[in-house]
Design a protein around this ligand. Structure first.
Ligand SMILES: [Zn+2]
Length: 235
């Protein structure tokens, strides 16, 4: 057994060797993690080439699974660290003042006292701003999709971008708010569409295509961009 780990963009791909099959095989587990199985005597650059040839397939599959798959990105709560919000990067500025975490002239201002508790206040900021930003869009997408959601929530959803529950409550992962508005819209419209079609059958995708003709491109971009996001990990 070898402990080789390859990378496809930001994705970790552990390699298992020693299998009976000569042919390399790439699989995606239920949680979205990747694994490459290969015979022991296959050269690493051959495997790297094989992996690169599977790039489109990987992102298509990850998009279908709707799981967040990413290399752990860590962020330090220090001056100058960059944080994404709606596709734009904002530098962190620790301030001696109190008050909440806030955006001020493009800087993300965080009172040092809050920063000493780790990222939880920053995550709470994503949740607060997220709900405010999402609210009017929920209304407009819900109207187009002819659904009546029971409310919107921004939370930590583990490895899911969003969810729509039986209680008609739509939830969006706070980390989603780092993406560009058009990708956040994709996640939102997708979850709202689930209020009319629970499963990913043809009826679901037709419904989504009607209100968002380029949904497929967004879906793929989501899987790709999502791999580089921060999920609250500190060093
Ligand atoms: Zn779905």
């Amino acid at each position: 057994m070898s402990a080789t780990v390859l990378h496809l963009d930001g994705l970790r791909v552990p390699v298992e060797t020693g299998g009976a099959s000569r042919k390399a095989k790439l699989t995606i587990e239920a949680d979205g993690s990747l694994r490459l199985r290969a015979a022991g005597d296959v050269a690493t650059d051959e495997l790297t080439r094989f992996l690169a040839s599977k790039r489109d397939w990987v992102y298509r599959r990850l998009a279908e699974k709707e799981v967040l798959q990413h290399e752990p990105v860590t962020k330090e709560l220090v001056d100058g660290e960059g944080f994404l919000y709606l596709g734009r990067s904002h530098r962190l500025k620790l301030a001696g003042t109190d008050g909440p975490v806030r955006l001020e002239r493009g800087r993300l201002v965080m009172p040092s006292e809050l920063a000493s508790n780790g990222p939880m206040h920053l995550i709470a900021w994503y949740q607060r701003c997220g709900v405010t930003w999402l609210l009017p869009r929920v209304g407009s997408w819900a109207e187009r999709l002819r659904v009546e959601p029971g409310g919107i929530e921004v939370a930590d959803l583990g490895h899911k971008w969003g969810s729509a529950t039986a209680g008609r409550r739509v939830r969006i992962h706070w980390a989603t708010l780092q993406l560009s508005p058009q990708l956040v819209d994709y996640v939102l419209a997708h979850e709202l569409a689930h209020l009319r079609a629970a499963h990913h059958g043809p009826a679901f995708w037709q419904l989504l295509a009607r209100v968002m003709p380029d949904y497929d491109e967004r879906k793929r971009e989501l899987a790709q961009r999502g791999a580089g996001l921060w999920f609250g990990e500190a060093p």
